[in-house]
Design a protein around this ligand. Structure first.
Ligand SMILES: Nc1ncnc2c1ncn2[C@@H]1O[C@H](COP(=O)(O)OP(=O)(O)OP(=O)(O)O)[C@@H](O)[C@H]1O
Length: 273
C-alpha cells in the first residue's frame, strides 16, 4: 500500500499583473505521507498560504495553476469545484490563519458545528451535538457556553479554538494548519498543538503545518520544507535543517533562532571559526 497521501509535483502559480504575468509559486514539490507531520516554513510572502489554498481549491480569482496535486492519487488541479467541496471536510481539513472567516456571524457556534458535522458525516443531530461538545471541551473551552454563543460573543483565541475543534471533529486524513496558533497566547497555543498531536496519534491523520515558528517546526514535525520567494529551497529532517542546512536562506532563517542551552548551532560555529 502506498505511503503517499499528498504529492505536490512541479506546481506553478501565476497571476496577470497588467500586461505582464507574475509567477508567485515556481516548481514546488512537496510530499506528505500518511500519518506524518510535515512543516512548511518560510518568511511572510514566501508562498506558504498559496500552496495551502491550491490544495484546497481556494485560489483567488485570476490565478493560473500548473502542475499536479495528487491526493490519494486523484489530481486536485483537475477536479471540479463540487468534487473539491466534497473533499474539504471529509478528507482534508484546513485551519486558517484568519479564523474570523470560519463562522457566519449571526448563527450560534454550536448550530454551525452541528450543521458541518451532519453535512460531512453520516450521524444524527443528537450525535453531532455530542461530538461538537466533546471537541470543544478537548480544546479547553467552556463547551456549553461556546456552543450557545454567537461568534462576536467570543474572544479571538476562543473563536480560533472553536474553528480548530470544527475541523478536527470531521476526522480528516489530512489537516492543513496555516499559522493556526497566531491568535493564541503561548499556553493556549501549546494546548492546541498538544491536542492536534493527540488527535493525530488516535486517528493516524497527517498534518501539514505551515508556520513562521522555526522552534515549533523543529519540535513538532517529522520533515520540513523551507520556502523562499515561491520556491522550495531546502527539505529534510528537522535536525538536518537545523544543523546541516545548505541553502543561504535557510542559514539566515536558522540564525534567527537562539541556541538551546548547552548546544551550539552550526551557523554560530561557522561564524566563530
Ligand atoms: N490575491 C492575490 N493577488 C496577488 N498576489 C497575491 C495574492 N495572494 C497572495 N499573493 C502574493 O503571493 C505571494 C505569496 O503569498 P502567501 O500568502 O502565500 O505568502 P505566505 O508565505 O503565506 O505569507 P504569510 O506568512 O504572511 O501569510 C506574495 O508575494 C503575495 O503578495
Amino acid at each position: 500500500m502506498s505511503k503517499s497521501l499528498l504529492s505536490i509535483q512541479d506546481l506553478h502559480i501565476k497571476i496577470k499583473a497588467g500586461e505582464k504575468t507574475k509567477t508567485l509559486l515556481r516548481n514546488v514539490n512537496i510530499e506528505v505521507n500518511k500519518g506524518e507531520v510535515v512543516g512548511l516554513i518560510g518568511e511572510s510572502g514566501s508562498g506558504k498560504s498559496l500552496t495551502a489554498r491550491a490544495i484546497m481549491g481556494l485560489l483567488p480569482h485570476g490565478m493560473n495553476i500548473h502542475g499536479r496535486i495528487l491526493f490519494n492519487n486523484s489530481d486536485l488541479v483537475k477536479i471540479s469545484t463540487e468534487e473539491h467541496r466534497q473533499l474539504l471536510g471529509n478528507e482534508v481539513g484546513m485551519i486558517f490563519q484568519d479564523y474570523r472567516g470560519s463562522f457566519t456571524p449571526f448563527i450560534k457556534i454550536g448550530k454551525q458545528m452541528v450543521e458541518t458535522i451532519c453535512t460531512h458525516q453520516k450521524v444524527r443531530k443528537k450525535e453531532a451535538q455530542n461530538i461538537a461538545l466533546q471537541v470543544l471541551d478537548e480544546m479547553g473551552l467552556d463547551s456549553k457556553r461556546v456552543y450557545q454563543s454567537y461568534p462576536f460573543q467570543l474572544s479571538g483565541g476562543q473563536l480560533q479554538r472553536a474553528s480548530i475543534a470544527t475541523a478536527i471533529s470531521l476526522k480528516p486524513s489530512l489537516l492543513i494548519c496555516d499559522e493556526m496558533t497566531t491568535a493564541l497566547d503561548v499556553m493556549n497555543g501549546e494546548k492546541v498543538l498538544h491536542y492536534i498531536d493527540k488527535v493525530r496519534k488516535e486517528t493516524g491523520c497527517a498534518v501539514l503545518m505551515i508556520t513562521h515558528d522555526l522552534a515549533q517546526a523543529y519540535k513538532r514535525t517529522d520533515r520540513m520544507y523551507v520556502m523562499n520567494q515561491g520556491e522550495i529551497v531546502e527539505e529534510g529532517l528537522p535536525e538536518q535543517i537545523r544543523c546541516h542546512h545548505q541553502h543561504p536562506y535557510t542559514k539566515k532563517l536558522c540564525s534567527c533562532l537562539l541556541a538551546l542551552p548547552g548546544e551550539t548551532l552550526v551557523t554560530e560555529r561557522v561564524m566563530s571559526v
